[in-house]
Design a protein around this ligand. Structure first.
Ligand code: HEM
Length: 464
């Protein structure tokens, strides 16, 4: 087990947090850019659970001490705004739930919340089953030809189709490649964070700014189609709420721009994250035969080869733990920032107003102080008695507090159902490759290359 530096409790209250020295002007930017995740894991190991570094012009604190994470996300969350890194998102997504703060954010969150409540999300069940069945039928054909599937493309398409049908009542299949392009560009925008390009004004016709403007034009056209479709069919419970939403002060309907930005946010935040989580879950199962076997036993016993309905999920604790463990090791949103408005103290260290705080589910969830042998994939970490032993905020793949992911119940239900359905019908044999690389400076943990796998149909599943 790795030992950590003697921190989080600072010896002297209000002290400046320790951290990597970095180089003149750039600070730790070179290490950050070469492999962000590994750099941050090393920083936690060497400097403790609250550390300070300079990234170019920014002073940044990496915060992984559970109490301090809780203070940022919950107890003192009013002091921590989205900050400079979220400005990058705003360029593409505009003013949606992910990028706004204050009363605007609150009224928008309230307006759309009802479809995301725990008891409401089971309504997505039939769409999850239908889209997964469509995908698996296609895998059946490809398996007969001995053709591999690319898990990156397959999972992105599956979660996009499910989200679009379930929330917006819209069959997005013909437009799926367009959405994929937009997602790739969002990732590129985040990827370039810290480069000179980011400091140039958004009206300059740089390649990056042209790409963003093009994406927003394309999505604006798609929004018109989705809204027209809803007007004609009445389908899509989220579309219904968005069309009816009003400003709580003026009583005015949301403008077309407000609607577009919120739809873009939900489409982008909702499907890429879930796809990445599903991909790592499938890869982890394929790499751990003992996990696959235990999964088999549970699925055989509970579902007996049949498809998975939302009400079945409660009776699949091991399947849920496999997903939980995958979200521990590979949290799709593995890092996110806040800016401190006023001075604060975290883990005993001084946090100056105006400086940034980085929270990283990936680094926290691999902290050897709370996770024994953190690099091992072990779903039994989520046995209920072991969960109770761990402090809160050692695990937060969906964030926490008021800004916790609005789609967490939906994502978990989808991930559990899809994992169960795939595993009942197929074993995935991964085609060796360089895909287990993560930790680029992107905000998403999507592998940067294809992830090829051969789907091998299973007797019982195939019969069912
Ligand atoms: C495994 C899948 C998912 C993961 C890991 C994930 C993760 C997160 C995280 C960590 C945040 C908080 C970011 C922060 O506090 O800065 C967040 C926010 C958000 N997520 Fe998710 N998410 C997932 C699925 C979804 C889905 C399915 C939807 C919608 C359909 C969604 C929509 C959103 C939105 C709109 C926000 C902003 C919420 C707010 O600030 O009010 N996410 N997500």
């Amino acid at each position: 087990m790795t030992t950590l530096a003697p921190n989080p409790a600072a010896a002297r209250r209000g002290a400046v947090a320790p951290g990597p020295r970095g180089v003149p002007l750039l600070g730790s930017l070179p290490q950050w850019k070469s492999d962000t995740a590994q750099f941050l894991l090393r920083t936690q190991r060497d400097h403790g659970e609250v550390s300070r570094m300079r990234l170019g012009p920014y002073t940044v604190h990496l915060v992984t001490a559970p109490d301090a994470v809780g203070r940022v996300l919950k107890e003192n969350n009013a002091n921590y705004t989205r900050g400079v890194l979220y400005e990058q998102f705003r360029l593409v997504m505009g003013d949606g739930l992910l990028t706004t703060d204050g009363d605007y954010w609150k009224s928008h969150r309230r307006a759309v919340q009802p479809v995301f409540l725990r008891k409401a999300v089971s309504a997505i069940g039939p769409n999850v089953v239908r889209a997964t069945r469509e995908m698996l039928d296609d895998w059946e054909v490809r398996a007969r030809r001995g053709e591999p599937v690319d898990l990156v493309t397959e999972t992105l398409r599956l979660t996009l189709v499910t989200l679009s049908r379930s929330l917006f009542g819209y069959d997005i299949r013909p437009a799926a490649p367009v959405l994929k392009d937009i997602v790739d560009n969002v990732i590129e925008v985040m990827f370039k964070h810290g480069s000179v390009g980011e400091l140039l004004p958004s009206w300059l016709p740089t390649r990056r700014n042209r790409l963003i403007a093009r994406d927003r034009r394309i999505f604006t056209r798609l929004v018109t189609e989705i809204r027209d479709n809803h007007a004609a069919t009445g389908e899509g419970p989220l579309m219904e709420l968005i069309e009816a939403a009003t400003d709580p002060v003026t009583g005015a309907r949301w403008t077309d721009d407000e609607i577009r930005d919120e739809m873009l946010t939900i489409y982008l935040a909702g499907h890429e994250t879930t796809a990445v989580a599903l991909l790592w879950t499938l890869v982890s199962i394929a790499n751990h035969p003992a996990v696959a076997e235990e999964l088999d036993q549970e699925l055989e016993q509970v579902l007996g080869g049949g498809e998975c309905a939302p009400e079945d999920v409660e009776r699949l604790p091991y399947t849920s733990q496999v997903v939980d463990e995958s979200l521990r090791m590979y949290p799709p949103i593995w890092i996110y920032p806040r800016d401190a408005v006023a001075d604060d103290e975290l883990g005993g260290f001084h946090i100056p107003g105006g400086s940034s705080v980085l929270l990283s589910p990936l680094v926290s969830q691999r902290n050897p102080r709370y996770w024994d042998n953190p690099e091992a994939f072990d779903p039994h970490r989520f046995d209920p008695e072991r969960v109770r032993e761990r402090p809160r905020m050692t695990y937060f793949p969906f964030g926490a507090g008021a800004r916790m992911c609005i789609g967490n119940f939906m994502a978990l239900l989808e991930l559990r159902m899809i994992t169960a359905m795939i595993h009942q019908r197929f074993r995935l044999r991964l085609v060796p490759g360089d895909f287990l690389r993560y930790g680029d400076t992107s905000i998403s943990l999507r592998p940067m290359t294809r992830v090829l796998a051969l789907p091998e149909p299973r007797e019982a599943g195939a019969r069912a």
